[in-house]
Design a protein around this ligand. Structure first.
Ligand SMILES: Nc1nc2c(c(=O)[nH]1)N[C@H]1C(S)=C(S)[C@@H](COP(=O)(O)O)O[C@H]1N2
Ligand SMILES: [Mo]
Length: 175
């Protein structure tokens, strides 16, 4: 009789633990989903978030980019499993956009660029300040970037393998 009681109470404890875990896991999943949705919203509104030393700064809006004098530039794109192709992009040097938003980059700063899929690339202050290297682009070969790489893509002209290009850029983190 005592044995049976013990068995029932230990089963009960296991069930409670499993229930708590299930609630925890589904809460985390929900939070994750919300985070992804927020990120997605940001891109459909064509805004790029900026965080400066862990504090949010005013995001870059499409209107901001329209107010900048855009340039065309050539860069060699290397997609996975394909030969390199020279492309014409429309955009501006990333530092021009940061200047416009009043974001100053310390010489010791690290700049992380984060994309919707979580892909993140980092650059030194020197790299970001090089107007011949790191660009923010919104058009390729005369048309708006498609959903696979746009609306905004960071093009790193001096990167021979396109590995540090950031497709679908959604956030700039300066530390
Ligand atoms: N957001 C995002 N950008 C990215 C990547 C990625 O997985 N996600 N891959 C990088 C790599 S490794 C390469 S080679 C180039 C080109 O990718 P593609 O082969 O998909 O054109 O994009 C770069 N930018
Ligand atoms: Mo790659």
């Amino acid at each position: 009789m005592k044995n049976l009681k013990q068995k029932i109470s230990s089963n009960f404890i296991i069930i409670v633990i499993l229930a708590v875990l299930a609630v925890f896991a589904s809460t985390m999943a929900l939070l994750n989903l919300q985070h992804a949705e927020n990120k997605l919203k940001q891109t459909s509104h064509k805004e790029i978030l900026i965080s400066l030393n862990n504090q949010a700064a005013a995001p870059i809006t499409w209107e901001d980019l329209c107010s900048i004098e855009a340039d065309e530039f050539l860069a060699v794109q290397k997609s996975n499993g394909k030969p390199p192709v020279e492309r014409t992009f429309k955009g501006t040097a990333l530092i021009n956009v940061l200047d416009l938003k009043g974001v100053s980059i310390n010489d010791s700063a690290q700049v992380a660029l984060s994309s919707i899929d979580g892909y993140t690339v980092t650059f030194s202050a020197d790299e970001v300040k090089d107007k011949h290297n790191i660009w923010l682009a919104w058009e390729m070969d005369g048309s708006a970037l498609d959903e696979n790489s746009g609306p905004y893509m960071v093009v790193v002209r001096k990167d021979p393998f396109s590995q540090r290009w950031a497709k679908q850029l959604c956030e700039i983190i300066v530390k």
